[in-house]
Design a protein. Structure first.
Length: 155
């Protein structure tokens, strides 16, 4: 268990990472606020959140591919690490093809799975401790934002 906090994350990663949750939070807020009064724009906000989620989930897998490229991997690890690295993009692609409810649920599951794989990667020494200190609050913000949109869809 690491004692690294968000304050220990390099400033560029912290600023860009935290900035990256703004579209999730903003789109969820717009979706909720305009759902009844301006449904066209509410759905546009939801679509924007969904497609941004597709891009971000793909990125979360790509981090693992990049890690293998930069540091290399032992032969017995390479299939696992590269195999995982393409999995979030495949989940994201499937989400993009789905109807709204299963799409947002797929993104929530994908983002959560990516976090747990990043935790494992950190524990294996593949990622620095600060990466998980950043990923934890970002993952929470993304999942809460997507879950808020899910609730609005089904209520």
């Amino acid at each position: 268990m690491s004692n690294v906090t968000l304050a220990d994350v390099p400033l560029p990663a912290r600023v860009l990472g935290l900035g990256g949750v703004i579209p999730f939070v903003g789109c969820a807020a717009v979706f909720w606020m305009l759902f009844d009064s301006a449904p066209f724009w509410a759905w546009k906000a939801f679509e924007a959140q969904l497609f941004y989620g597709v891009a971000i989930l793909s990125f979360l897998g790509a981090v693992h591919w990049g890690g293998v490229l930069v540091e290399g991997a032992r032969a017995e690890q390479i299939w696992f690490r590269l195999g995982w690295s393409v999995t979030p993009a495949l989940l994201a692609w499937l989400a993009a093809l789905m109807n709204p409810v299963p799409a947002v649920l797929t993104l929530i599951v994908g983002v959560a799975a990516a976090y747990f794989m990043d935790l494992r990667a950190r524990d294996q020494g593949w990622f620095p401790d600060w990466y998980l200190a950043l990923r934890k609050p970002l993952t929470l913000a993304v999942i809460v934002s997507l879950a808020a949109s899910f609730v609005r869809l089904v209520v």
